[in-house]
Design a protein around this ligand. Structure first.
Ligand SMILES: Nc1ncnc2c1ncn2[C@@H]1O[C@H](COP(=O)(O)OP(=O)(O)OP(=O)(O)O)[C@@H](O)[C@H]1O
Ligand SMILES: [Mg+2]
Length: 509
């Protein structure tokens, strides 16, 4: 058969680029090169700058793929000699450099034909053909091999990049699992009142634990809906999968599609890379749609489609991507009323409402208040770095039990934290029950009585938020902050402030 340089180039290139798994690609290349050269071993070595060494990443011997094990530390002199080579060469055992390598690599009794691999002039590694016995390669064969050094270099670089991506994706997955485990036991694992005030709720969670049905959590603000959502996910078969939370009220309208469904590269200005949305990220696990009542009508339509078809389409994309997810939604709003007022789609409401769980307000399970208070004293002391949690004064728990708790468990949690911060030693009396939030509420009630309704809902919300911000001196986060007073999350409050055009700032609101 007459040797054709172009055919050789094409066939060798096709083979080395046939797989991202470098073992498979090298084996395929071996099967072809073997027809033209004597080869007992074929291997790919990389110059690993991190290790300051040559590392073998693929190795064929006698036509069999071996696990590459070799790492050879490279003295500076040898490194300079090797990286200075530009074209394929036959290793001369008499060369002092080759001899310097002999203690590291066995070069005795073999012939090596070495192809330096470079990308943009930068050395990245070598392809080595080895045959038993001396003088097995001829000078013209080095010339033939020079045509394939470039495709082999590209294939090697791609394989390395692929290896790095796999490594990082494994690391991320691992990080994600680790963080999930780290984050959730702190809060959420412990549900106080599971055997008393929340017994029915816990019983229901056990019923749905093994299923993948949609769950709708209803209940006033601060009753523990998010905690229950955690419990449902972590007691389900999906517990090792992702648990992705979405606060529907906190994502600006213009971003909601790309946040939930992702986008393709170039879908809009600024979409410089492809992005997976939260639904895709939740694949194999659970998505928690918190404050689902805040979704705009446009987003409601998109959500309905996901629930019906169990597939999503990225913004700017054309293909449907199937998603295996369990949906848990939560709201403190009365969705039924919202449906009646045409503010929530009825079809979506039916889809979400297949398994509603009502989390009762704290005033209907007052028996849990003492245990919750003790739990928060312990938890918050730990968080605040108080070594020995103070005792609760006699009579304090009775007082707490008589209170109505409009902000529910979150209000009790915040009150306990405030009490610990103010605490100057001795026992906890919980005499700060007339908190800033009650003062604001009461003054608001007075004003409500005195004024006739003349505002839109948004204007009223804006004026109320401004008033609370004034009372908290512009503080949003933390104990005594506006978010706490309003019983919503700081992220939600910020989103509302942005939407309603309310200015930030500590002085004037
Ligand atoms: N039964 C409980 N045991 C221990 N902690 C609880 C319990 N219920 C609620 N909490 C705590 O109270 C706080 C408020 O709970 P959560 O955020 O789950 O309420 P929510 O119903 O989602 O409120 P919102 O409607 O405002 O979002 C959280 O810090 C939560 O950990
Ligand atoms: Mg919540």
């Amino acid at each position: 058969m007459r040797f054709n340089r172009d055919v050789f180039f094409r066939q060798a290139t096709l083979r080395i680029c046939s797989s991202l798994k470098i073992d498979n690609a090298l084996k395929s290349a071996y099967d072809y090169l073997n027809e033209f050269f004597p080869i007992d071993e074929l291997f790919l070595d990389i110059l690993d700058a991190d290790l300051g060494a040559i590392r073998r990443i693929a190795h064929i011997r006698g036509g069999k793929v071996l696990v590459p094990e070799l790492i050879v530390p490279l003295p500076e002199k040898l490194k300079n000699w090797l990286t200075g080579k530009d074209v394929p060469f036959i290793m001369d055992p008499a060369d002092p450099h080759a001899q310097a390598m002999t203690p590291l690599v066995k070069l005795v009794g073999v012939s090596d034909l070495v192809v330096p691999l470079k990308i943009e002039g930068h050395p990245i590694g070598f392809l080595v053909l080895r045959a038993q016995g001396l003088g097995r390669y001829r000078a013209e064969q080095t010339e033939i091999l020079s045509v394939i050094s470039e495709p082999f270099a590209i294939a090697l670089a791609n394989a390395l990049a692929h290896e790095a991506v796999l490594k990082y994706s494994d690391l991320l997955l691992d990080d994600n699992r680790f963080l999930q485990k780290e984050l959730f036991p702190q809060k959420g694992d412990e549900i106080i009142g599971g055997n008393s005030g929340l017994r029915n709720v816990m019983e229901t969670i056990r019923q749905v634990a093994g299923l993948s049905n949609t769950v709708l959590l209803l209940g006033e603000t601060g009753t523990g809906k998010e905690l229950i959502a955690n419990a449902i996910h972590f007691s389900s078969r999906r517990k090792d999968g992702p648990f992705i939370k979405v606060n529907c009220g906190a994502i600006p309208e213009s971003l909601i599609d790309s946040e939930l469904f992702g986008h393709e590269k170039g879908a809009f200005t600024g979409a410089t890379v492809e992005k997976r949305g939260r639904f895709e990220r939740a694949n194999g696990g659970t998505i928690f749609l918190d404050e689902v009542g805040e979704l705009s009508s446009h987003a409601q339509v998109r959500l309905l489609r996901v629930l019906q078809n169990r597939e999503i389409e990225r913004v700017g994309g054309t293909r449907a991507i199937p998603v295996d997810i369990r949906v848990i939604a939560a709201t403190h709003r009365n969705l039924e009323n919202m449906v009646a007022e045409n503010r929530f789609r009825e079809d979506l409401w039916f889809r979400l409402n297949v398994f509603p769980i009502m989390v009762p307000p704290l005033r209907q399970r007052k028996e849990d208040i003492p245990a919750l208070t003790r739990y928060f004293v312990e938890l918050k002391s730990r968080e605040l770095g108080i070594a020995i949690p103070p005792a609760i004064a006699p009579g304090a728990l009775e007082r707490l039990t008589q209170f109505d708790w409009p902000g529910n468990v979150r209000e009790l949690e915040n009150l306990t934290e405030r009490e610990l911060i103010r605490h100057k030693g001795g026992q906890l009396f919980f005499d700060g029950l007339l908190s800033p939030q009650r003062k604001v509420r009461e003054s608001h009630r007075r004003e409500e009585r005195d004024s006739a309704p003349s505002q839109t809902l948004d204007e009223m919300i804006a004026s109320y938020i401004s008033k609370v911000l004034k009372a908290t001196n512009g503080k949003i986060h933390g104990p005594g902050g506006a978010a706490t007073v309003l019983g919503i999350k700081p992220t939600t409050l910020r989103a509302r402030m942005d939407r309603l055009g309310i200015a930030y700032g500590r002085k004037k609101c």
